[in-house]
Design a protein around this ligand. Structure first.
Ligand code: NOJ
Length: 537
């Protein structure tokens, strides 16, 4: 007997807003909170249930807000505390939820905690960060590398020690073995939860605790020169330590202090088995450890089919799945698989079992935008200029209409727009039956309406090297068959030992919406179908 899943973060759709790039309201070329408020009607029209904001806190912006100088403030670039309160109210008024980005692994080097910590070896906050002497030969304490290039240790001439930073040197890692650090960060969580925020996406959750002996990481035998320099070693001692699960459980306990269904989503890039541990014993860890398989695996039917089944099979009892196609650190789906195949991907994202997170702009098929070398802003791109690792291309301004700067700003946008914004934007797509936006809206609507799609079981039906097919079913409810051609070439769907009949509800080529299908389908390249099965199948 299937369990009914009915929490909003299980049945709903999450939408990631990158605040710098969503909507500017004051002409400075950078998006802000009032801008987001002005676009909430759009998100409601689209059928979004929850909005996740990338960081909006005071920050020197060395890593565009992921270097936080005050966890409970609002950066003036984005607005004021009052603007935030209004945003929260307006989101709730529309029946939606608001999630914030919590960045507990590191602060800005300008955070008062770090300024205090680095002021002297005797500072009461010295142990809030990870300080180490140099090796006897003067070298760094170990071979750990920064994700953004170079060594992960920065020398502090004043106090004659190194501090550890998994990301920029402007982002020193907190020492989560220190109970005062834990208590301080749990108070940050309480501050926002008390205000009524519905949950957090927790930045780099798997980085939070490091090996207590700071052992050297092993060399990565599969490293290739095109990869980021971080991949030269395997981060087995600098990330995913057993003690992190105690921290995650404590964070979850803080969430549970508050009424309502608050949600904790963990950003975790790990293989499935390690990822599953973040649900915690008895599901008392993260509600949703982000599942990034659709953005990291090659877009091939057979490998994705296996990955989906492995993930379904590995989930703990009552552990709820989730899926992601793009985010602000990765290439946009339309650039990775092409515009036509991105429609197939949209169907996959919105019909698999589990909570989908949509990255702003993916719903209009935005692609990575080429940013001229002189305009690159992302530190990851700037620090490793020969590796094409800048994340700017997937962070460009939302394209709303064909007015100046696509309606994003009246000033100069902080990153340039695509070449195609005048013909390809929310406004043109809203009334176009064949647009990506219409496809997303129809899928979100159907998913919300049909219990099989938002709460039902996932049953694999068939996969080969072109096609993936699965059923979504809930007892007593109409069942759906999803058939997806993950290639550009036509193929047949004639699974042995499986008969079916039904009506095409949504198709990548809307011309066939409403048509009947039975037992055998010839699929065009890039064709995907959501089929409402006749009863009794
Ligand atoms: C993960 C965030 O998604 C990314 O944008 C950021 O640069 C790093 N964490 C460091 O906070």
């Amino acid at each position: 007997m299937a369990t009914i899943y009915d929490k909003w973060w299980q049945t709903g759709v999450i939408y990631q807003v990158y605040p710098r790039s969503f909507q500017d309201s004051n002409g400075d070329g950078v998006g802000d909170l009032n801008g987001i408020i002005s676009r909430l009607d759009y998100l409601q029209w689209l059928g979004i249930d929850a909005v996740w904001l990338s960081p909006i806190y005071p920050s020197p912006m060395a890593d565009f807000g992921y270097d936080i100088a005050d966890y409970t403030g609002i950066h003036p670039l984005f607005g004021s505390a009052a603007d935030f309160d209004r945003l929260l109210e307006e989101v709730h008024r529309r029946g939606m939820k608001l999630l914030l980005d919590l960045v507990p692994n590191h602060t800005s080097d300008q955070h008062p905690w770090f300024l205090e910590s680095r002021s002297s070896k005797d500072s009461p906050k010295r142990d809030w960060y990870i300080w180490q002497d140099s090796l006897p030969d003067g070298g760094v304490p170990n071979n750990w590398l920064s994700v953004f290039g170079g060594e992960a240790w920065e020398w502090d001439a004043n106090t004659q020690q190194y501090y550890y930073h998994a990301f920029l040197k402007e982002q020193p890692d907190l020492n989560w073995r220190n109970p005062e650090v834990r208590a301080a960060m749990y108070d940050v969580m309480r501050y926002w939860l008390k205000k009524g925020v519905d949950g957090f996406r927790v930045d780099v959750m798997w980085h939070m605790i490091k090996d207590d002996q700071l052992r050297n990481n092993p060399t990565n035998p599969e490293y290739e020169p095109h990869m980021g320099t971080y991949s030269q070693v395997l981060p087995v001692y600098s990330t995913d330590q057993p003690e992190v699960h105690e921290v995650v459980r404590e964070m979850r306990a803080v969430m549970e202090e508050f009424e309502g269904d608050r949600v904790m989503i963990g950003e975790i890039y790990l293989p499935i088995q390690q990822l599953m541990a973040y649900y915690g014993v008895d599901n008392k860890g993260a509600h949703l450890p982000f599942n990034f398989q659709l953005l990291s695996l090659p877009w091939q039917a057979s490998s994705l089919a296996v990955a989906i089944d492995q993930y379904e099979g590995a989930l703990p009892a009552q552990g709820w799945p989730n899926w992601v196609l793009s985010n602000h650190d990765q290439h946009r789906i339309a650039s990775r698989v092409g515009q036509l195949q991105a429609r197939v991907a949209a169907i996959l994202l919105l019909t698999l079992r589990g909570t989908p997170t949509i990255y702003y702009g993916d719903e209009i098929g935005m692609r990575n935008v080429a940013i001229p070398f002189e305009e690159v802003q992302d530190p990851q791109g700037l620090n490793m200029p020969d590796k094409n690792l800048s994340r700017d291309p997937s962070r460009t301004p939302m394209e709303w209409d064909d007015s100046e700067n696509a309606g994003f700003t009246t000033g100069k946008p902080w990153l340039r727009l695509s070449k195609t914004w005048q013909r390809n934007n929310v406004h043109t797509q809203q009334t176009d039956l064949y647009s990506m936006l219409t496809l997303y809206k129809q899928l979100i609507e159907l998913r919300a309406k049909e219990p099989s799609l938002h709460a039902g079981d996932y049953r694999p039906v068939y996969a080969d090297n072109q096609v993936i097919a699965f059923k979504r079913c809930l007892e007593g409810q109409q069942q759906f068959l999803i058939v997806l051609n993950l290639t550009h070439l036509p193929c047949y769907f004639r699974p042995p030992h499986f008969t079916f009949s039904g009506t095409v509800e949504i198709a990548t080529f809307p011309e066939i919406n409403g048509s009947r299908v039975e037992n055998s389908i010839s699929l065009d390249g890039d064709e995907g179908l959501v089929i409402r099965l006749d009863s009794q199948q």
